[in-house]
Design a protein around this ligand. Structure first.
Ligand code: URA
Ligand code: SF4
Length: 212
């Protein structure tokens, strides 16, 4: 989902010299869409250059927004546990998000996640593309529909294409699975157990493909 040439986007903020460090510094001042206005800070990706797999979430949550790091809140804790169970070492993983600022609505004193609009995802995609170009992972794994659509276009359907090896102009090898927060939202213990098991199943496919 690339912005068209004249559309406002992160493309206007990309550094001249592309390196992960330069990208992170430049992203801190991004005003490519309006989401920077209410959020605390840009939450850029984290991990080694040349990591085997890049995991792409939707956007930082409340904890990530305050901390400045991806996947350090409840969904991140669940993700790290699932990675461990699937035998994926954290040093092989680069963690990032399709959108780099937290979008939320106030409910009382709590900030509740709000789904980013397609135009916001599109505005932020230059950062993700630049991260992929720098890290060059063997596999990009989309966590949830927002990330999958950022990577493969708006017609991607997670229900139909989950767990399949796919490709797009952004990355040659992509697999999509559910977002870890969907497991946190499971209505009861039994369902939660089931959705966690199928998430770990997908992560094992990812473990195999990232080594391929
Ligand atoms: N959910 C995401 O998609 N990304 C994070 O970094 C945290 C929670
Ligand atoms: Fe820039 Fe992305 Fe933040 Fe929008 S969400 S201001 S495009 S970093």
């Amino acid at each position: 989902m690339n912005p068209s040439p004249h559309e406002r986007s992160a493309a206007d903020f990309l550094p001249e010299q592309l390196s992960l460090r330069n990208l992170r510094e430049a992203a801190a001042d991004c005003r490519g869409c309006d989401l920077y206005k209410d959020a605390t800070q840009t939450v850029f990706g984290e991990g080694r250059a040349r990591a085997k797999v890049m995991l792409v979430g939707e956007q930082p949550g409340d904890v990530e927004d305050k901390d400045g790091r991806p996947f350090v809140g409840p969904a991140g804790k669940l993700l790290r546990k699932a990675l461990q169970e699937a035998g994926i070492a954290e040093r092989d993983v680069y963690l990032t998000n399709a959108v780099k600022h937290f979008k939320f609505v106030w409910r009382g004193k709590r900030r509740i996640h709000a789904k980013p609009k397609r135009i916001e995802v599109r505005a932020c995609t230059p950062w993700l593309e630049a991260e992929i170009r720098q890290v060059r992972p063997n596999l990009v794994a989309a966590l949830g529909a927002t990330a999958a659509q950022a990577l493969m276009g708006p017609s991607f359907r997670l229900t139909k294409q989950r767990g399949q090896l796919m490709s797009s102009g952004i990355a040659p090898r992509i697999v999509a699975t559910v977002h870890p927060s969907s497991i946190l939202r499971a209505p009861d213990e039994e369902t939660r157990h089931e959705v966690m098991a199928s998430f770990i199943h997908d992560l094992k496919i990812i473990a195999k493909e990232m080594g391929a």
